[in-house]
Design a protein around this ligand. Sequence first.
Ligand code: ARG
Length: 473
Amino acid sequence: MPKNTSSDLQNQFANKAQAWSARFSEPVSDLVKRYTASVDFDQRMAAFDIQGSLAHADMLASINLISAGDLADIQRGMKQILDEIGQGRFNWSLDLEDVHLNIEKRLVELIGDAGKRLHTGRSRNDQVATDIRLWLRHEIDIALDLLRQLRRKLAELALQHTGTILPGFTHLQVAQPVTFGHHLLAYAEMFGRDAERLADCRKRVNRLPLGAAALAGTSYPIDRERVAKTLEFDSVCRNSLDAVSDRDFAIEFCAAAALIMTHISRLSEELVLWMSPRVGFIDLADRFCTGSSIMPQKKNPDVPELARGKTGRVNGHLIALLTLMKGQPLAYNKDNQEDKEGLFDSADTIRDTLTIFVDMIGGIKVKADAMRSAALQGFATATDLADYLVKKGVPFRDAHETVAHAVRACEDRGCDLADLSLAELQGFHALIEQDIFDVLTLEGSVAARKHIGGTAPERVKLEAERILADTGL
Ligand code: ARG
């Protein structure tokens, strides 16, 4: 095999567009090219990359590092590129590695020298950190709105079911009666905290890395505050090494996303259980379910099952990002290119899942009779009987024991506590009187729990109204 002459190599490189090609004496293999490229996935940040470049160019012009004419050319070129991308006409090239170099190369094609001046005082390292933050801020705002809508749907349904009673469970055993509205609002609370977490994460996402350049800052008299203002960042990252290298803001987002999916997964598990013909508490609209190819009777709750399953990948992305970060010395390392796919997938998964759940919760059909008859089984008001005795002066432990005897007797006879006659109840404790039946009913049990956080219909109504007021636009 004849060896390549150096001019052959130069010709080879002339066709390649790599930004650093003059420094190298042989091209990377096709596999290495694919291995190191990110353009297939980071092109989705293109609009944010352009937004960041325009803010940078505006700043360069403001300190006279580029002319007003250059700035106008850059603005015109970027507008065309944005159009080309939007219309699917942009020619993405693997040779150009990532979204940044693809756009820059096209800009130079379109406007010439002004395009070559854009990268003054900037590196892809601070550029990519800026792009991710802009992109993530946008995703957080979408997720916050979806969480708001979901809480609203839960509160609306809760308001219709302040008095609908079902068994509350501990250990998946019937424990005490609760109202369905109260049960739904438990999830509204979880999603409310998820929103708080995202809003808090957004504060740390919304800081400007641009100006850190490759790692040490730049010798040009840049105006970072101006760029921050243009891009609506709250502040400027205070250390260039930190700004280009850490991805803790993305990890925080992944943690918040994992918790959102964890709450979605818990709700999904309940929807699946409630949909089971054995339980039959609810029905989901057909558009969220599928049938079986072999068993004609089936209507499977696929959407909640898949949501429960997708929680796994979102949890996984959190661990992947933590692990990606943990061994990295300052400052930027190429490891960080691996931050994107998991982050994107977490954001996509919560976006799709929350969007579907907003619709699905609104369409739940509640089978109040099935809920009620389930609550009548399993001695759900046993605690109320004990509490009744305590209010008459019996020490709680003794009352607990008395009721245990009564429950056992009912079990032997196959009846509920409320089915016993007054005389029979008095056989267990002489202090029991006629008013015991107010306590032993499901309605009496829930109505009594009217303190803040309790399951009483009047309290659930107040809480649902509070959440509706909170989530209105
Ligand atoms: N595609 C890279 C990333 O996602 C951009 C920064 C590359 N910088 C570098 N010096 N290789 O992180």
